[in-house]
Design a protein around this ligand. Structure first.
Ligand SMILES: NC(=O)c1ccc[n+]([C@@H]2O[C@H](COP(=O)([O-])OP(=O)(O)OC[C@H]3O[C@@H](n4cnc5c(N)ncnc54)[C@H](OP(=O)(O)O)[C@@H]3O)[C@@H](O)[C@H]2O)c1
Length: 254
């Protein structure tokens, strides 16, 4: 099966290409394919003749999302899914209220980014495509809370971390591995251990032995509206503590 990953320059896209390479998956980053441009789409479909497209491109700055972002977040996945069977990456932010949220639960978007995800999901599913929802993904290459918290703690700095939002930290490589069978319909990919950003940062602090972690409420950081409990169910991917412990053991071995 010929699989093309678009948005391959991002955290999830790059992990998908790493995991899928042995199966012959190809990736195109933004420089090679702007997903909003019909000419780029036609050229990519002609060149690769994919049976499946995994759509990992997006504008991902939640609070910076504007109506114009619909070009990449809604219109592009809709257009690709009308031409080729498409797996679209969506977000746990499509839900609000108390989790965990099952794949069939009704969406209730709390902000514009989430509204765009809900609209795109409907377009892709309507065209016969598939939806993959993830929550907090971290991993190599990405600039995520996990990487910035570790870097700052390692320098002995103080990290302020939200303690009143539940998250399921999920490694991008685990997401990518779970995508290899190309799960059909709506799929939730989440790590099995939940915490808060504060809980995660505390564990990193204990590991690096430097810096300080200060708990803050999400309202104190002036963030836009977000789900307090966007946990996804099922949550079956490896937990974040396993990853941290494994990383520490590998570092100790040198
Ligand atoms: N990471 C998370 O915690 C998380 C949580 C929930 C949902 N998701 C979803 O998972 C998917 C992947 O996210 P991610 O974490 O990998 O985000 P990311 O690291 O920000 O990657 C998104 C990629 O899309 C690219 N892109 C933006 N506009 C494009 C365009 N017009 N054409 C082609 N590529 C374009 C970006 O390129 P530039 O860098 O050049 O802009 C970037 O490489 C997204 O749908 C996101 O909404 C992620």
């Amino acid at each position: 099966m010929r699989v093309l990953v678009v948005g391959a320059g991002g955290l999830v896209g790059a992990a998908l290409v790493r995991a899928g390479a042995p199966l012959g998956w190809h990736g195109l980053a933004r420089a090679g394919c702007d997903v909003t441009r019909a000419a780029d789409r036609e050229a990519a479909l002609r060149a690769f003749r994919p049976d499946a497209v995994v759509f990992a491109a997006a504008f991902t700055d939640v609070d910076g999302t504007t109506p114009a972002c619909a070009a990449v977040n809604v219109e592009a996945p809709a257009a690709w899914s009308r031409q080729v069977e498409t797996w679209f990456f969506s977000s746990n932010f499509v839900f609000d209220g108390a989790g965990p949220h099952a794949p069939g639960a009704p969406p209730r978007p709390a902000n514009l980014y989430a509204e765009q995800k809900v609209t795109a999901e409907a377009e892709v599913l309507g065209a016969g495509g598939h939806v993959v929802r993830v929550g907090w993904v971290y991993g190599p290459g990405g600039r995520t809370f996990a990487s910035t918290a570790r870097a700052r703690l390692s320098c002995g700095e103080t990290v302020r971390a939200i303690h009143d939002v539940l998250v399921q930290p999920t490694h991008a490589d685990d997401v990518a591995r779970a995508m290899l069978p190309l799960p059909r319909g709506i799929t939730h990919l989440a790590g099995r251990e939940e915490t808060s950003w504060y809980g995660y940062a505390l564990a990193v602090q204990a590991q690096v032995g430097l810096g300080r972690v200060e708990p803050v409420r999400s309202a104190e950081l002036g963030l836009g509206p977000r789900p307090r409990d966007g946990r996804l169910a099922p949550a079956e991917l490896p937990g974040w503590r396993e990853r941290l412990d494994r990383g520490a053991a590998e570092a100790a071995r040198g």
